[in-house]
Design a protein around this ligand. Structure first.
Ligand code: HEC
Length: 152
């Protein structure tokens, strides 16, 4: 549980563009949903931001997308596509499931969204195909059942 504050909280270290990018992605909580976990809630090693985390929502079951710069993920995105997805939940004609909190991130500045995009480009590529438009199948990489899992 959070403890009451008894001292001033240190300013975040955003002294370099790299630190600022990491800070933005951290406070936005992207890994909370985009890094897959094992049955005990431990993050899977080597799978940072690689998707496949299952969210059961009242309107269905959806897996988070893979974000590292790999052809199985969103390496085809440019910055304008990323900004549109984060702001409007639209990837071209495809509407993202609203559990992906684009309505919360929509007010971020172009600069901050651009900084998150650059950060994701610096991640280690991970091959992990996750596609909610395909039928859910077992994935031996993240050991979950998600769209396109049998292609991993
Ligand atoms: C509450 C969970 C959650 C959080 C937090 C979250 N996402 Fe997502 N995200 C998802 C889910 C689930 C999908 C898949 C939606 C779909 O396929 O309809 C998704 C999809 C995406 C996509 C679309 C990929 C594609 O299919 O083309 C991008 C880009 C993305 N997230 C980026 C981010 C970034 C960057 C952050 C942090 C700023 C973030 N997400 C935070 C759950 C989350």
């Amino acid at each position: 549980m959070p403890e009451p504050l008894d001292a001033p909280v240190a300013e975040p270290n955003v002294s370099t563009p790299e630190k600022r990018r990491k800070y933005l992605v951290t406070i936005a909580g992207c890994t909370d949903c985009h890094t897959p976990q094992d049955a005990h809630g431990q993050l899977l090693a080597g799978m940072d931001f690689a998707g496949g985390f299952i969210l059961d929502v009242p309107w269905g079951r959806v897996a988070s997308a893979s974000l590292p710069p790999d052809p199985s993920g969103i390496s085809y995105y440019d910055q304008a596509m990323f900004t549109e997805a984060i702001r409007t939940g639209l990837v071209g004609a495809r509407k993202l499931n609203p559990i992906m909190p684009w309505h919360t991130y929509g007010g971020m500045t172009d600069e901050d969204i651009g900084a998150m995009f650059v950060y994701l480009k610096t991640l280690k590529p991970v091959r992990h195909h996750v596609d909610n438009t395909e039928p859910p199948t077992f994935c031996k990489v993240c050991r979950q059942t998600h769209g396109g899992g049998n292609q991993n």
